[in-house]
Design a binder for this molecule. Structure first.
Ligand SMILES: C[S@@+](CC[C@H](N)C(=O)[O-])C[C@H]1O[C@@H](n2cnc3c(N)ncnc32)[C@H](O)[C@@H]1O
Length: 209
């Protein structure tokens, strides 16, 4: 079945640009120091592309939503690192086993239908010692906010956000998939300007053993 979220895609294409005031620096930190072949899962409109360091030889950018994918095609042509845009889903990545040096999950593990399946796929395509870099909004720290996030996730939020869930415990899912967390930083609206319910965020690295 085709992955189509036309209303969300049009909204995100605009809103993400406005959010760049707070987010762009964290995209740069997410990708800093990478090299070799990288797979980016759910690349959206391609806002990460300009932040890839020159040591990256190829980016395979997987994006299932047609409107966002077409914007990503334009973004790909504007960067210095070669980017190939591919239609695909996190649960069936278009890459061979162990063929990638790094994988990027940026504001996407909130949306994949099943985090365990997506993370197992990411693990499959990474070489041993390869890195998962993540920047994800996650479950809140306080019980009041968690209840609000759970209520939204059970009602309007996935509909409004193209399948997004605001209350996921993504760090635990990354560890459950067998990754070893390296650096991890917890960010809030004060750092990213991303408002509740999509705050806090985690930014970090995890190694595929
Ligand atoms: C909030 S946007 C983030 C886009 C981009 N990563 C960014 O940082 O701006 C979520 C993205 O995940 C994509 N997506 C949704 N479900 C997906 C899936 N099952 N597999 C891969 N990507 C998916 C959406 O089409 C959308 O582009």
């Amino acid at each position: 079945m085709k992955h189509r979220h036309p209303m969300f895609a049009r909204y995100y294409a605009r809103a993400s640009l406005a959010l760049e005031r707070g987010v762009a620096a964290h995209r740069a930190a997410l990708l800093n120091g990478l090299s070799g072949r990288v797979i980016e899962v759910g690349a959206g409109n391609g806002l990460n592309f300009r932040h890839y360091p020159d040591a990256v030889t190829e980016v395979v950018a997987v994006e299932p939503e047609p409107h966002l994918r077409s914007i990503a095609e334009t973004s790909a042509g504007q960067g210095t690192v070669p980017v190939t845009i591919v239609d695909g889903l996190a649960d069936h990545l278009p890459a061979a086993d162990g063929s990638c040096d790094a994988a990027i999950a940026c504001l996407v593990l909130c949306t994949v239908p099943d985090q365990d399946i997506a993370l197992a796929e990411i693990r499959r395509v990474l070489r041993p010692g390869g890195e998962l870099r993540f920047f994800e909004h996650v479950r809140a720290a306080t019980s009041t906010r968690r209840v609000l996030q759970r209520t939204l996730d059970a009602t309007i939020w996935p509909w409004f956000g193209g399948g997004c869930h605001c209350g996921r415990d993504t760090r635990t899912a990354i560890e459950r998939a067998g990754f070893v967390i390296g650096r991890i930083e917890r960010l809030t609206t004060a750092d990213t300007r991303i408002p509740f319910p999509s705050t806090p965020q985690i930014l970090g690295t995890a190694i595929r053993p």
